[in-house]
Design a protein around this ligand. Structure first.
Ligand SMILES: [Zn+2]
Length: 206
């Protein structure tokens, strides 16, 4: 699904009949291609295939920006990094889940047994064209990625109900903080929410 001249919601990550959508977004920017989140494990080949179908080469993928490190976001990061040589970025707080310094919710922790993550870097202070906005709550180091008219929201919100709501309670570490983060980010100037769960939705100014 093309959202703008240089921004796509990848079909490889979209809802199929049996499999729910874990949406990730591809952007053609000054560096080449940037992918925001990577969906659940097992969809990496389909993502690379779609990159080719869009007229690019896998090596054009220069960066993966992770909103956070839950499995439905980091799932294909290592595979894609090995296939393309891209850099993978996370927030400093989020990196602590990967080093074991911080524990995930018990229901999530189980999914990571035996999981091999990508080599990550922490987002630099300044990133040309992009704004990385801390939005803790769902996880401690969750960020939203603002680029042009799109807010890549990860799990800061969901639009599965057709409305912009907070993330699923059972999978959220601190609901109160998540609600605060959602209020904060909704005051930014952008035209389109691009969440992981649910379809893109116009941003109504308050
Ligand atoms: Zn998610």
């Amino acid at each position: 699904m093309r959202l703008a001249e240089n921004i796509w919601l990848l079909e490889a990550s979209r809802a199929q009949k049996q499999a729910p959508g874990f949406h990730c977004y591809l952007i053609r920017d000054a560096e080449g291609l940037t992918l925001v989140d990577t969906s659940l494990p097992g969809r990496g080949e389909a993502i690379l295939e779609e990159i080719r179908e869009l007229g690019f080469q896998p090596e054009d993928l220069k960066r993966i920006f992770l909103t956070h490190t839950d499995m439905d976001h980091i799932g294909n990061a290592r595979m894609l990094q090995e296939a393309t040589g891209c850099q993978v970025y996370v927030s400093a707080e989020e990196e602590k889940y990967l080093t074991g310094e911080r524990k995930r919710l018990p229901g999530k922790e189980k999914m990571f047994q035996g999981f091999q993550g990508p080599k990550v870097q922490v987002y630099p202070e300044k990133l040309a064209e992009y704004q990385i906005i801390p939005t803790p709550g769902h996880t401690a180091g969750h960020v939203c990625v603002l680029y042009q008219d799109c807010l890549f929201a990860g799990d800061c919100c969901s639009t599965e109900s057709g409305e912009v709501t907070g993330p699923e309670a059972g999978f959220t570490e601190d609901e109160e903080l998540a609600a605060q983060s959602l209020r904060k980010v909704s005051r930014y100037n952008f035209g389109c929410w691009c969440p992981c769960h649910g379809l893109p939705k116009r941003h109504q100014e308050e």
